[in-house]
Design a protein around this ligand. Structure first.
Ligand code: HEM
Length: 447
């Protein structure tokens, strides 16, 4: 093999060892990547046995990977667990096949249809918080997963998920664990039989939902309305296997991310009382009644909450890394990358780069009050990715998170109890672990 003319810079052996440890302990991987960014630069290579991805940070390479050179990248390498789990899901296929599914799935997720789901976001939040006893402790990581799952299934697929929530809770967590970073990165062909039963339970459930919905559509009992993703997938003529792939993709990508976002909001507001007070005051001032879903114009007036959410997505982007494979020999940030190599763009590090952010480690929602876009190159802030394959659920997640947070903070005072124990954990998303324990007290005003 010929040596590349301009090889990727590599980390020193010490950082390399940190990365290796990080793969098994998961937490220190972020620290190791931060160190490598500081010491090696905006583009570097991780050098481990059989795992040598190129890592890229910052607006220039973000643009290259997501926009200008996107045809030179594949979204998922063969054998990757995400590809194995989601098969032909819109997240993991390329070219025409991707564009076909995306074309079907984009319209129901457009903002104008997402706004029709506000009542659903509100209702499913109510369903979960109805079980919160005054003065008890709740783990927001668990509670927000319940909210996000009920919302995703109820709005996108028109399925009441509550009766199946308990039974499918572990299978869903298993599916997430299946695609989380781990030792498989080095031995991608290793058999993983412990997941089989859980993944089959999920599949059986999804195929059943598809079958029931086909029946309802055929009988005219439940026609397709705007925003009804499952209805659109059926109407487009996809077979059950391909619909299963899109549903599982949306189920995982559409709830695990929102869970992480909401849990991080509670962690950061729980550790920043002034910002918490400002958010609550804004919600009380805008949404003056507690007995109906907020209207769209009210949601749009929650400007400080919007800044809080943006700042949380900057500091703890649920999808903290974008995975690609080089489809051909290419240059990344001026360095040679061989066809087939893994390439990762780090959203986490782009969002904490001192070149583009003042005091990047600081939680400062007001930074989004200023028009930072004017001062920053495009694609510096990329919590939802960018270009034609940006997050299909970005509008959904933005409205959903505001409605859920407004509802909870309207009804409860929250006190964080385990702040010093919480660390970012790299699962399928970046999560606050081990839990976000909060004392929940019903607010007198809305009692
Ligand atoms: C806070 C919430 C969310 C965050 C931070 C987030 C983040 C992202 C990011 C960064 C990407 C691009 C990944 C890449 O470049 O490799 C992405 C893609 C995607 N997201 Fe989201 N997401 C969120 C919510 C959602 C929701 C609610 C849904 C579904 C309703 C969803 C479905 C998807 C899908 C299907 C893709 C793949 C799109 C494609 O390749 O065409 N996401 N998301």
């Amino acid at each position: 093999m010929t040596q590349p003319a301009c090889p990727l810079p590599v980390a020193d052996p010490e950082s390399g060892l940190e990365i290796l440890k990080g793969l098994f302990r998961k937490r220190s991987l972020l620290t190791a990547l931060t160190l490598m960014h500081e010491h090696v630069g905006d583009v570097f290579q991780i050098t481990m046995p059989v795992f040598n991805p190129a890592v890229a940070i910052g607006p220039l390479t973000n643009r290259q990977i997501m926009v200008s050179d996107r045809e030179k990248f594949l979204w998922r390498p063969e054998g990757d667990p995400v590809t194995r789990l989601l098969r032909h899901g819109v997240l993991v296929v390329d070219g025409e096949e991707h564009d076909h599914y995306r074309g079907i799935m984009d319209p129901p997720l457009q903002r104008r249809h997402v706004n029709n789901h506000i009542a659903g976001f509100w209702k499913y939040t109510n369903d979960v918080i109805a079980n919160w006893a005054d003065g008890r402790i709740q783990d927001m990581l668990v509670e927000m997963r319940k909210v996000a799952l009920l919302i995703l299934m109820g709005t996108m697929f028109k399925v009441e998920f509550a009766p199946d929530l308990e039974r499918l809770w572990q299978p869903i967590l298993k599916a997430i664990h299946y695609i989380s970073p781990g030792a498989w990165i080095m031995w991608s062909d290793m058999p993983r039989p412990t997941y089989r039963k859980s993944l089959k339970m999920l599949d059986d459930y999804l195929y059943k939902v598809i079958q029931v919905r086909r029946g309802e559509l055929a009988s005219g009992k439940m026609p397709v309305d705007p925003g009804d993703l499952l209805g659109e997938l059926i109407r487009a003529g996809l077979d059950d296997d391909r619909i299963r792939d899109q549903m599982l993709t949306m189920l995982i990508a559409g709830h695990d991310t929102s869970t992480a976002l909401l849990a991080w909001v509670f962690y950061l507001l729980g550790t920043h009382p002034e910002e918490m007070a400002q958010v609550v005051a804004e919600i009380d001032g805008v949404i003056v009644t507690a007995d109906r879903p907020p209207r769209l114009d009210e949601i749009n007036q929650l400007r400080y909450l919007d800044q809080v959410i943006k700042e949380v997505l900057r500091l703890y982007p649920p999808i903290h890394i974008g995975n690609r494979a080089a489809a051909e020999d290419l240059q990344l940030g001026g360095y040679d990358v061989a066809k087939g190599s893994r390439v990762m763009y780090s959203i986490y590090l782009s969002h904490r780069d001192k070149k583009y952010w003042d005091n990047p480690e600081q939680f400062c929602p007001a930074r989004f009050e200023r028009h930072i876009k004017r001062h920053q190159p495009p694609l510096t802030y990329v919590p939802f990715g960018g270009g034609p394959r940006n997050c299909i659920g970005a509008a959904f997640a933005q409205v959903e998170s505001k409605v859920v947070l407004a509802r909870i903070l309207q009804l409860f005072d929250l006190t964080l109890l385990n702040a010093d124990k919480i660390k970012p954990h790299m699962g399928a998303t970046l999560e606050p672990r081990p839990s976000v324990k909060m004392l929940v007290q019903r607010r007198a005003y809305h009692a």
